[in-house]
Design a protein around this ligand. Structure first.
Ligand SMILES: [Zn+2]
Length: 235
């Protein structure tokens, strides 16, 4: 588990998953290549590195330079978001969002409640960190929805679905421009996806209002919640 120093900018705590100007994506070219693990030809990078794939899928390549330059509040650093999601870390402070087996809190933009079966692409969050996120994150300024969930299960990714013939992304029906693909999808689908976000499904959801949560001093050792800054909720 990576522990990360808390960083501040203009008096504001910078969420762990926010990118910095020193982490601007480098130009990279996609190509077709044989993917032994997926049993056929699929999407790859020219000069592909082992770190470009997770669970066999190609991921957007983003440099890691946490703290270099200026923080870009409201944007998301894909690899840190993936680590937070996979290790159930709070997306703001990057420490465990809850003790193992304990409920997790998720926070998403929009007023639609989080319900069982939803696929979420924003990592969990602590209640006290959620208060910061709601105050500081432009995506959450208009409306947000929070829930405590009994269980979050690995599901798949949200990414750009490439067209085999043209090596261009297909249009998405979702406002994010991304397409959801389950890890259980056909290998043909998985070969041509460029993953951008990890997606989990949530079960046993209890909506919460951040105003109603106990203060940190009262909640010590009890429930901790996690916010989903800048994340999308997938109906
Ligand atoms: Zn936190």
């Amino acid at each position: 588990m990576t522990l990360r120093e808390q960083r501040y900018q203009n008096g504001m705590r910078v969420p762990a998953i926010a990118p910095w100007t020193g982490e601007a994506p480098l130009p990279v070219r996609v190509t077709r290549r044989w993917l032994a693990g997926l049993g056929g030809e699929g999407l790859g990078y020219e000069g592909e590195l082992p770190t470009d794939r997770h669970r066999g899928l190609l991921w957007e390549r983003v440099p890691e330079a946490d703290g270099e330059g200026r923080a870009q509040i409201g944007l998301v650093h894909g690899p840190r978001r993936r680590r937070a999601m996979n290790h159930r870390l709070c997306q703001v402070c990057f420490t465990p969002a809850a003790a193992a087996g304990e409920p997790l809190m998720f926070l998403v933009a929009g007023s639609r409640p989080i319900t069982t079966g939803d696929r979420l692409t924003s990592p969990p969050i602590h209640a006290e960190c959620a208060e910061d996120a709601v105050r500081d994150c432009p995506d959450l300024a208009d409306a947000y929805s929070a829930a405590v969930v009994d269980r979050a299960s690995s599901w798949g990714v949200a990414g750009l679905a490439y067209q085999q013939a043209t090596l261009k992304p297909l249009p998405s029906r979702h406002k994010t421009g991304l397409t959801l693909v389950s890890y259980d999808a056909s290998v043909v689908e998985l070969r041509w996806i460029l993953a951008v976000r990890e997606a989990v499904t949530v079960h046993g959801c209890t909506p919460v209002r951040l105003d109603d949560l106990p203060a940190e001093s009262e909640a010590a050792g009890a429930l901790r919640l996690t916010p989903g800054t800048g994340g999308a909720q997938w109906p």
